[in-house]
Write a protein that binds this ligand. Structure first.
Ligand code: MN
Length: 462
């Protein structure tokens, strides 16, 4: 059986209440739906939540599908401790898409005025959001020169029955492609795929080199080719096993006020007029499920975190082969902080790894590089390395005016006093000097004794 949203929901169901729960009573898509998820999160619970009845629509909603790394380990059929390594290993071998003629997502085809966003249960997520947002779709566009399809996850503010925003982060491929279409005074076709196996979203977010190739990464993560089918009104191939596809076009010069929207740094952002899409078709399954993402909460952070860590591990290793592990901890929203461990061979090499990370991912503001004895997934250990192996005048690099991410409140523009898309980047080299420069050993009990000692031979109740 092909992998899709439904196969993943069955996998979650086998894990019980910890991974998925159901809400049978009717909920309002405006705030109530997302607040149920936030309330669970407040209690330390992160299940996917399936809402049977959402006010104003006949379509159920499932959300919080990617809220824990455990769920993503399940999605990639691996163990938590191998998750990033597995993502990187699979991404290295992209799998071509397979075009099919028979697609569940074509059960219902709505075009013209019937392609009305009002039939979808699109939630309004956080208190000050400007309105309902589609934020869990995989947006597909085509490079006008190479013909390659590029995919990513974008925020789409709903403006009316047939119009919604397409916010493009300035550093992302879609922005470059949109600029190219605009220069040519051509419309950009776009298709948004909603509801699929998490591998599709992970693939779309991955930082694969060059514009395009994300659907092939999704195939690698699925372990099978992603099946695609031609769109109804756009010259794009769209995922055949998605629940819903929204097709449309972005017309050069057309703009609409966008935002605010609660983003991954857990702040609202709005940037004035932005391009938007005119909806030309909605296709869906006979009984579709709308997949949402709990914006500015764990779901949002975790899915973007894994995709970036996987790509970073793959691509930083291309520059520095001795990189052992990469973490993007939750303290930086799984985006802004990056910890890299490596088996250092020469002086300066840790900075080379940090430069590579910064070129792959614009969201990173601070890279801390540590030796291989430090577990990058243990944040106190990383900060201990900073405390004991780092001196700021020698081991700190401050790089102002770098392309960063405008979603960070302190990001700035050319004149520094206006908001913009630049951040000041930091590299902290917290590795020990290479021999022959002396450096003390870590203090601990004899390691062979620690390994062999059996506590039950010693310890009894007091
Ligand atoms: Mn891309």
């Amino acid at each position: 059986m092909n992998k899709d949203l439904r196969s993943f929901l069955s996998q979650l169901a086998k894990m019980g209440d910890r991974e998925i729960v159901r809400v049978r009573r009717e909920v309002d898509p405006r705030f109530e739906l997302n607040t149920v998820v936030a309330k669970l999160e407040q209690e330390g619970k992160y299940p996917a939540v399936y809402f049977d009845k959402v006010k104003g629509s006949r379509i159920p909603v499932v959300t919080n599908l990617c809220s824990t790394y455990e769920k993503l380990a399940l999605a990639l059929d691996t163990k938590l401790e191998h998750l990033v390594e597995e993502h990187a290993a699979r991404e290295r071998h992209p799998v071509a898409t397979r075009t099919v003629s028979n697609a569940p997502v074509k059960d219902t085809i709505l075009t013209g005025e019937r392609a009305d966003l009002g039939i979808l249960p699109i939630p309004t997520h956080n208190a000050l959001d400007g309105g309902p947002y589609v934020c869990s779709g995989v947006g597909i566009v085509k490079d006008p020169e190479t013909g390659k399809q590029n995919a990513g996850v974008y925020r789409h503010m709903v403006y009316g029955p047939q119009t919604m925003g397409v916010y493009m982060v300035r550093a992302h491929h879609i922005f470059y492609l949109w600029r190219r279409y605009s220069e040519r005074q051509e419309e950009m076709a776009i298709a948004i795929a909603l509801g699929h196996h998490p591998a599709l979203m992970l693939g779309a977010i991955s930082r694969h080199p060059g514009a395009g190739g994300e659907l092939e990464v999704a195939g690698a993560l699925l372990g099978e080719p992603l099946e695609v089918v031609p769109g109804e009104t756009v010259d794009l191939l769209v995922p055949a096993a998605a629940e819903i596809i929204i097709e449309g076009k972005i017309i050069p010069g057309e703009m609409h006020e966008e935002g605010p929207f609660g983003e991954w740094p857990r702040y609202y952002t709005s940037f004035g007029p932005q391009p938007y899409m005119r909806v030309t078709a909605i296709t869906m399954r006979r009984d579709p499920i709308y997949q949402d993402l709990c914006a500015a909460h764990s779901d949002h952070l975790v899915v973007g975190g894994l995709a970036r860590m996987g790509s970073l591990l793959m691509r930083v290793r291309e520059v520095v082969p001795t990189v052992k592990a990469v973490n993007m901890p939750m303290s930086g929203g799984a985006r802004a902080h990056c910890y890299i461990s490596m088996k250092k061979q020469t002086e300066g090499e840790p900075k080379q790894a940090a430069f590579a990370a910064l070129t792959v991912e614009n969201d990173i503001k601070m890279v801390i590089v540590v030796d291989e004895d430090i577990n990058v997934f243990n944040e106190p250990e990383v900060l201990w390395a900073v405390a004991t192996r780092f001196e700021a005048d020698r081991d700190l690099i401050v790089m102002p005016n770098c392309q960063g991410i405008e979603l960070i409140p302190t990001a700035y523009g050319h004149n520094r006093n206006e908001h913009g898309n630049m951040n000041t980047k930091l590299i902290l080299d917290a590795t020990k000097p290479c021999p022959p420069v002396p450096f003390p050993e870590r203090a601990d009990v004899p390691q062979d004794l620690l390994r062999s000692l059996n506590l039950s031979d010693y310890v009894v109740p007091y």
